[in-house]
Design a protein around this ligand. Structure first.
Ligand code: CDT
Length: 343
């Protein structure tokens, strides 16, 4: 006991006091919220013959729904305007080029841009991009972010292209992304838009932790991701029942490991005899799924994403400046060995 007769605090109660102080400090750090209300707009299947205009009409309905629920940004899937055309093999490039957009916006997509301007809502969607750069014709699997004024604010071109280059008739369907697209040339950038640091990636990119880590190193706070993922994987059909699990597994891990929101948006359902998984979801920086689609059809889900919450992870367990050890990660960026090209 002390000289004044009181008891000195036990080590346990000192610990309680210290924890309390720490909590106040943490709460002070995270006092401010920075809410971005985000909608994930899942699309059901798109038929081979379906015109762009019909996909755009469906997207406009979803956009209006998102706006009615107060969203400031709505995210659509990969290749949102057409069926997933890499499912078919052709040697006729002009046949394939019909699925590509040579300008954006264009006659078919202008109504979507106009509606977004009218509603003052931003959006993100994927499309096949045909562009001439330095006199070379190029084909990319692309996604863009459009701001509330209808201006293209950011572009991403898919880097991890899955599948194969030649016809493989043994497959139930082809996956010819390696034939019809070339690897994106814009890197994994993070953009200051919608009051936050926003990045993009497309479908297969999400299976690679490097995708998110490169954006995480730029302090990304929300990643927009669209996908078309078949329920059947011809190279390892014994994993078919795990497709939904693997989708959420990689997204939840990436969100947590980089302290970022992730919005993963499917084109879902039975598209021309190919079952695509749904599982559209919004994931918090803690790795928790906060909203998830229930159907395999057109559906909107919403979440209030507090971008300040990224700090809960980015300033603590994954404080990169304090705890990363890049000198031991050299193998990650070393040139790879020559290997088979099919996936
Ligand atoms: N679109 C896309 O990238 N789909 C792939 C399928 C992998 S099987 C070739 C995905 O990773 O979901």
């Amino acid at each position: 006991s002390r000289i004044d007769g009181t008891q000195a605090p036990s080590s346990r109660s000192r610990c309680v006091v210290a924890n309390f102080v720490a909590k106040i400090r943490i709460n002070k750090n995270y006092w401010m919220s920075r809410i971005l209300k985000v909608a994930a707009a899942q699309l059901g299947p798109i038929t081979l013959k379906g015109p762009r205009s019909s996909a755009v009409k469906r997207m406009i309905v979803l956009m209006q729904n998102a706006k009615a629920q107060g969203a400031g940004l709505v995210i659509f899937p990969e290749l949102a305007l057409t069926t997933f055309f890499p499912r078919w093999y052709t040697e006729d490039q002009s046949e394939i080029d019909k699925y590509f957009e040579t300008e954006m916006p264009n006659k078919d997509t202008e109504p979507l841009f106009a509606e977004a301007r009218k509603l003052k809502i931003g959006f993100n969607f994927g499309f096949a991009e045909l562009v001439v750069e330095k006199r070379v014709t190029r084909h990319f699997n692309t996604a863009i972010i459009v701001d509330q004024q209808g201006r293209i604010a950011a572009k991403y071109r898919k880097i991890h292209l899955p599948g194969h280059t030649e016809n493989e008739p043994w497959r139930a369907f082809q996956h010819l992304e390696k034939r019809y697209f070339e690897k994106g040339n814009l890197g994994f950038q993070v953009h200051q838009v919608f009051g936050g640091k926003i990045g993009m990636c497309i479908c297969n990119d999400r299976r690679w932790p490097e995708t998110f880590r490169v954006m995480g190193l730029q302090g990304v706070e929300l990643v927009a991701l669209g996908y078309n993922t078949p329920a059947h994987y011809p190279l390892a059909p014994e994993h078919d029942h795990l497709q939904d699990f693997h989708n959420h597994l990689v997204l939840q891990a990436a969100a947590y490991q980089n302290g970022t929101w992730i919005v993963g948006v499917a084109k879902a359902g039975r598209e021309e005899d190919c079952d695509l998984i749904g599982g559209t979801c919004i994931i918090a920086p803690t790795g928790e799924i906060v909203a998830e689609c229930k159907t395999l059809a057109d559906e909107v889900i919403i979440a209030e994403c507090d971008l300040e919450r990224c700090k809960e992870i980015q300033e603590n367990i994954f404080n990169f400046d304090l705890h990363r050890q890049p000198e031991d990660y050299a193998l990650i960026t070393a040139p790879k060995k020559e290997s088979a090209s099919n996936g």
